[in-house]
Design a protein around this ligand. Structure first.
Ligand code: NAP
Length: 321
């Protein structure tokens, strides 16, 4: 099978398409014939070799994918050969024609959802779910600011929050992004590149502020986030690219919380809850992953150049085989 291999850490060009041996599942494992793989910012951080997670070289990047079960190992009971699935994590990376996964890492992909959309699920929808419900404790009737709503995690969060009866304010940095965020179900959209957009948010909430903020760029926004939270509000830090100065008094007066999130800390029980909700959302049509770009697997380096731009996002980038 063909797979992207990384033999040394570095820029996007270190990702090379190679021919490698087909995979065989061990006990409790499955092999998925992948038709698409999701591209997430974390995979570009890992590839540089400077991230907290540093795989042994050589390795195949990728956490997310979708395809058909090609082989199952002993004691696998939940899926069978031929089933359509999406993956959330893999033992050997998903930028490849095949992925080796634990049984618990594959989830049924309804017939109405394409493989490209399935490949957009794991990290983005999982993080959005965890941010809203497992870390942010967002409830129906509350108001959420998705600060950075036009990308993979943001679009997933807008759809899930809207379906849960939450009032959604989403931001983007371009007109196309604002239009996309509105189409995903945001009640209000604001441009995070405009002066005074958070004053606008205070007007939208009649001076009360928002109950939960899902923050995609905390190093830029956290200080101001604390000033637009309602009493007992929660900021969930999902993305950050550096330090930031905050005024702790903005949190004290509101009894507000700043809560970190890492998807990699999701427990098995939380993952079961998460994927049960995500599969239900795919089945009932409230979750509709938005594909920004389909890029051939052989051009994975180009996909990382795109994901590292960190602006102009319009949904997910996926690799197709
Ligand atoms: P993405 O698809 O590249 O989207 C990036 C988002 O950030 C876009 O919506 C972009 O909006 C927005 N953004 C740019 N400038 C902003 C600003 N000044 N204020 C607020 N938002 C801004 O990336 P993603 O997959 O959605 O991931 C988003 C972030 O979360 C990344 O930093 C990623 O590493 C992180 N993440 C963390 C975890 C975790 O476990 N903690 C999991 C998944 C992702 P425009 O392009 O419209 O400007």
């Amino acid at each position: 099978m063909k797979a992207i291999r990384v033999h040394e850490f570095g820029g996007p060009e270190v990702m090379k398409l190679e021919e490698v041996a087909d995979l065989t599942p061990g006990a409790g494992q499955v092999v998925v014939r992948l038709h698409a793989a999701g591209v997430n910012p974390v995979e570009s951080y890992v590839r540089t070799g400077t991230y907290a997670m540093k795989p042994n070289l050589p390795y195949t990047p990728g956490n997310d994918g979708a395809g058909v079960i090609a082989a199952v190992g002993a004691s696998v009971t939940r899926v069978k050969t031929g089933d359509r699935v999406y993956t959330s994590g893999a033992l050997n990376g998903t930028y490849a024609e095949q992925a080796l996964c634990l049984e618990a890492q594959v989830h049924p992909l309804p017939d109405n959802v394409s493989f490209e959309q399935g490949a957009a699920m794991g990290v983005a929808y999982g993080t959005a779910y965890r941010g809203l419900f497992q870390r942010g404790d967002a409830k129906s009737g509350e108001t959420v600011l998705v600060h950075g709503a036009s990308g993979g995690v943001g679009t997933a969060a807008v759809q899930q929050a809207r379906a849960a009866g939450i009032t959604v304010i989403g931001t983007a940095g371009s007109d196309a992004g604002l239009k996309l965020v509105k189409e995903q179900g945001a009640h209000h959209v604001l441009n995070h590149a405009s002066e005074g957009y958070l004053d606008e948010l205070m007007k939208l909430t009649e001076g009360r502020g928002v109950d939960v903020i899902l923050e995609m760029l905390a190093n830029k926004n956290l200080g101001k986030d604390l000033t637009v939270l309602a009493k007992k509000g929660r900021v969930v830090v999902i993305g950050s690219r550096g330090p930031v100065e905050i005024n702790p008094r903005d949190a004290m007066g509101r009894e507000a919380d700043i809560r970190g999130l890492t998807l990699f800390a999701t427990s098995e029980a939380e993952a079961r809850q998460m994927h049960a909700a995500l599969i239900a959302g795919l089945e009932n049509g409230t979750l509709r992953p938005v594909i920004a770009q389909k890029i051939p697997l052989s051009e994975a380096a180009r996909a990382h150049v795109e994901i590292m731009k960190h602006s102009g996002a319009l949904g997910k980038i996926v690799l197709v085989t």
